[in-house]
Design a protein around this ligand. Structure first.
Ligand code: GCV
Length: 681
């Protein structure tokens, strides 16, 4: 008996050892294997350009390309390609051509990704031109290396060691970004320390810029509007004061002396306590234009954020529009207004911000949040391409049909010279970069959509899975479907039907629809958003309520304004809906709400099953990491469901329908939970 057992154990060990190698996720989707000497000898990689970036492309192909010989060309005549590329196979040879040296590097990475995802290159003839000129990550990294809303450890930037010590991760970061076409990065938090503009920090930034430059990545900085006063003791930072204007001109000159290809500034002004031009009775246009004038001679750009709101009686969702519309056409041509995808703040689902399309004479860019501030941090699996696509594909109806946010922001509709798209990074010092292995997919998806916003979420997921894990369909298909369902699952178990911002105060992780802090800002309280009472649930933004619907163009305005035509996935965003309101399914609103929460829990549990079944295809380290995160996600889903249903039930005064899984918590116990953020950060 003992013999049989030992024998069995050995067999099991032999079987499982094929997959028990450790994989920490540090390689991201860049899992190219170094070619053997034989392969290297069997083909040539020639670069007709001696530019550093073209030579880097050659080096990457020399190291990893197993196919036929390749020639790399940078051609002046190919202006329309910009930093895009063509890849063509002719008579057994591959030609990668671009107008820019960086385009050749992008082409090389593209070719390698075709190899990695097992696609045929026979007779290949493709042309890729990126959708946006500036494809930029926003890091909310502080100079003390904490990261605002960061869930993957400390900041990658080791400021205290720079410029002398250069971490190898800087180059790995740049390479990963270049491999998906990201070409810009804002290094520091929009809640910016003035210190970033000190000579000491500019030298540190210069060191990072030198590494990123090789990979075609330009550095940008977030700036604090009070910098002239705080750093150099000017009486104030009034944008119309000549001394302030000269201060910025001098500062910009110094930056460009050190970093000649510096990208520009990102500014959060007069928002959430940050200083700005309004402190001096000036406008957003006065502030942005002053900086734009200072940076214009060097070709720099000002990204001026529209994320502004104050604790006024006005619905928070309306404020950015009201504040910015009067300045349409008043911004310099090197200012781009950076607008969050939704009018509140990166919720699991929001309608698009109505400013898109409404400012017809102003360049606009979307800001997405890759870090999951409101979608379960790095604990929950939530693939965000469907969220990004939902916004990009939204028709604003600004000039008839077809004025999607993608077309408004990529310059197709208004001929912007410089189009841009931003994503708030989810990257930190964690060995796997993003905390959750599947968080890497969101970094990847942002880059791919910034490169080509017409790619489908499905296609991007498939690519990423094949590059990151394996191309075996038995793994790829269920994991792809799980990813595609995951954002909606989070919506279901957190805030279905247009509910929003009912998070625990400040940390934005768990549910606290009951939260009320005496004397606190009402627009930071969940009740401000859900408005639960004995009649119903939801924020009335119809003409009878805050009338936020009037900021949308027709036919959306009427569609959102009428409860009957309002899309049901946003009904509680736009309406205060009676508990017994009949939904399209025939359910009452209360029953439908219960079903959404229940479905969310079931979906999270299904993700566990799908993942467990995939064990044979994944290395043990990543398998276990994801498995334990999925457990947290399922537990959190139940927590959200019980908290929201038990709390809202105190208003609906109706039983939780019997086909719904019963709550396992007591409301009073849930109210006592005070999250120890260290567990989740
Ligand atoms: C960087 C939300 C976040 C803040 C963030 C802010 C912004 O309010 O909770 O952490 O600040 O958005 O985008 O400026």
């Amino acid at each position: 008996m003992l013999f049989i057992r030992v024998h069995l154990l050995i067999l099991l060990a032999v079987y499982s050892c094929s997959l028990c190698y450790a994989e920490d996720g540090s390689k991201l989707w860049l899992r190219y294997k170094k070619v053997s000497n034989e392969v290297a000898k069997s083909r040539t990689v020639i670069s007709h350009s001696n530019h550093q970036k073209a030579l880097l492309a050659k080096q990457e192909l020399d190291n990893f390309w197993t196919g036929p010989s390749v020639e790399l060309k940078v051609e002046k005549a190919q202006e329309k390609l910009r930093d895009g590329f063509t890849i063509e196979e002719k008579k057994g040879k591959i030609y990668i051509t671009s107008h820019e040296p960086i385009g050749v590097l992008y082409g090389a990475y593209h070719l390698l990704s075709l190899q990695q995802t097992n696609q045929s290159i026979n007779g290949i003839k493709i042309q890729e031109i990126p959708s946006y000129n500036i494809r930029i990550l926003n890091h909310w990294d502080n100079l003390d290396r904490t990261v605002e809303r960061g869930y993957a450890g400390y900041s990658l930037w080791r400021w205290e060691e720079l410029p002398h010590v250069i971490s190898p991760r800087y180059e790995e970061y740049a390479r990963a970004n270049a491999s998906i076409g990201i070409n810009a990065t804002v290094l520091n938090n929009v809640n910016a320390s003035p210190e970033i503009l000190s000579s000491e920090y500019i030298t540190k930034v210069k060191a990072l810029a030198a590494i990123f430059r090789k990979y075609g990545i330009k550095v940008y900085l977030s700036v604090n509007f009070s910098s002239p006063k705080v750093l150099d003791g000017l009486v104030d930072s009034d944008p119309l004061r000549p001394e302030v204007q000269s201060w910025w001109k001098e500062k910009v000159k110094k930056i460009y002396k050190e970093i000649p290809d510096f990208g520009g500034f990102l500014v959060k002004a007069n928002s959430e306590g940050q200083p700005g031009p309004q402190d001096y009775g000036r406008t957003h246009a006065d502030g942005a234009n002053m900086l734009a004038d200072a940076i214009k001679p060097y070709g720099g750009v000002i990204m001026w954020r529209a994320f502004v709101y104050n604790p006024t009686l006005e619905d928070r969702a309306k404020q950015a529009y009201l504040e910015f519309i009067p300045f349409d056409g008043k911004f310099r041509d090197n200012v781009i207004i950076q607008i969050k995808n939704g009018p509140i703040d990166f919720q699991p689902r929001e309608p698009f911000t109505p400013l898109f399309g409404a400012m017809k004479k102003t360049s606009q860019m979307v800001e997405f949040q890759i870090t999951q501030e409101y979608l379960g941090f790095s604990n929950h699996l939530a693939y965000l391409a469907p969220l990004f696509k939902e916004t990009l594909d939204s028709d604003t109806y600004t000039d008839g049909n077809g004025a999607t946010i993608a077309k408004i922001t990529d310059g197709t509709l208004n001929g912007n010279k410089k189009s841009a798209i931003a994503g708030v990074a989810n990257i930190g010092e964690d060995i796997n970069w993003t905390g959750h292995h599947f968080g890497q997919a969101n970094w990847y998806a942002f880059g791919r959509l910034a490169w080509n916003h017409s790619l489908s979420s499905e296609q991007i997921a498939e690519e990423w899975i094949k590059m990151t894990f394996t191309d075996d369909d038995e793994f790829v298909l269920p994991i792809r479907d799980m990813m595609l369902d995951s954002r909606e699952a989070v919506v279901n178990y957190m805030m279905p039907m247009g509910l929003h911002h009912i998070f625990a105060f400040d940390h934005h992780y768990g549910p606290e629809p009951w939260a009320d802090i005496k004397g606190g800002r009402s627009d930071w309280m969940p009740w401000y958003y859900h408005n639960a009472d004995s009649l119903g649930l939801g924020f009335d933004r119809s003409p009878a309520g805050s009338d936020a619907v009037s900021q949308y163009n027709e036919p959306l305005r009427s569609q959102f304004a009428q409860i009957e035509s309002c899309p049901e996935n946003l009904i509680l965003w736009f309406h205060h809906v009676p508990w017994n309101y009949k939904m399209k399914s025939g359910n009452t609103m209360w029953t439908e709400l219960c079903e959404h929460y229940d479905l969310g829990v079931k979906q999270a549990r299904d993700f566990q099953k799908i993942w467990d079944r995939s064990e044979p295809f994944v290395d043990s380290e990543r398998f276990r990491d994801v498995q334990s995160k999925l457990k947290i996600q399922s537990k959190d889903a139940v927590w959200w469901k019980d908290a929201c249903l038990l709390y809202f039930q105190t208003f609906s005064c109706q039983p939780i329908p019997y086909h719904i899984e019963r709550p396992i918590h007591e409301l009073e116990d849930l109210k006592k939970i005070k999250l120890n953020l260290k567990h989740h950060n």
